[in-house]
Design a protein around this ligand. Structure first.
Ligand code: ADP
Ligand code: MG
Length: 270
């Protein structure tokens, strides 16, 4: 199996796209699991009230579970809410619960409302080194996503290979620029992953070419194929890496993880 060296520095990536259903959560949990499989220590922060990332990682997240809501609103330390995923001893999850649905509004009245995740994460990482922190965002550009953009250094955009793929992307890029200017100068778009790719259709090929043309540096070579195994896995409380490690989706996500990990090594060599 592939071995990758990790630098000891934490890469904080936020998986964002204000469109729903493009594969954000699927990408967050599968890349996280694949990185853990390469030997990285990985924390997934579930910032979507739907809690799909927590479900896929096999982590309890009912209404009574201590969650990222408590961190953002009550100031609970992240260490008190993080759970280990049963899938891999290197894989952890800060779960979301239904309470997070109210956080978008409750945050408005909070002090330093854009920085609450960053403050909590900085504190946590002092005592608990991680190679990767991967934040799964809700499909909106509200305060939860702004907290993710403020806590992260890398934006990771999954793009579904369909007709409207690039629509709305300029709005997302505008938001990133606004965050760079006012809240987090270190934020940058580092990674784009083409998902749900069906190479049999001319349209998917055209969309992939168009996205690569716009973002030659950011788009990963690997594309994630549309695969039933990928969509089945969450109902078993698993990523596709654990559910069916030999399926095309699992293989593709592992290749994407190797690319992501080795890109860091490359940029450090420069
Ligand atoms: P988002 O988090 O952006 O809303 P999801 O990751 O939840 O998107 O994906 C939306 C739906 O598409 C889910 O039902 C998921 O299982 C399915 N899906 C995601 N990636 C794939 C894939 N490669 N092949 C088949 N279905 C997929
Ligand atoms: Mg999602």
């Amino acid at each position: 199996s592939t071995k990758v060296e990790f630098s000891g520095e934490t890469r904080v990536m936020t998986v964002s796209n204000q469109k729903g259903g493009v594969g954000k959560t699927t990408t967050a949990v599968n890349v996280a699991s694949a990185l853990a499989g390469l030997g990285a220590k990985v924390l997934v922060i579930d910032l979507d009230p739907q809690g799909n990332a927590s479900t896929a990682l096999g982590v309890p997240h009912n209404a009574e579970t201590a969650s990222i809501y408590d961190v953002l609103i009550e100031g609970t330390p992240l260490a008190e809410i993080v759970q280990q995923s049963p899938e891999d001893e290197n894989l952890f999850c800060a779960p979301s619960t239904i309470h997070l649905a109210g956080a978008e509004i409750e945050l408005v009245a909070q002090v330093a409302r854009e920085h609450r995740l960053r403050t909590a994460l900085d504190e946590y990482l002092k005592s608990t080194p991680m190679d990767f922190v991967i934040i799964d965002c809700p499909p909106s550009l509200g305060l939860l996503t702004i907290n993710a953009f403020t806590a992260a250094s890398e934006v990771f955009i999954p793009i579904q290979c369909e007709y409207y793929a690039l629509e709305g992307l300029s709005q997302l890029l505008g938001s990133i620029q606004m965050i760079q200017k006012h809240l987090n100068p270190g934020l940058h778009l580092s990674t784009i992953l083409l998902t749900m790719y069906d190479g049999r259709t001319r349209l998917a090929q055209q969309v992939a070419e168009e996205v690569r043309g716009h973002f030659p540096e950011q788009v990963l070579e690997t594309m994630i194929p549309r695969s039933v195994r990928v969509s089945e896995a969450p109902s078993f409380g698993q990523t596709v890496i654990a559910y069916d490690g030999q399926s095309a989706g699992a293989i593709a996500y592992r290749e994407a993880a190797v690319e992501i990990a080795s890109r860091a090594a490359q940029s450090k060599e420069k």
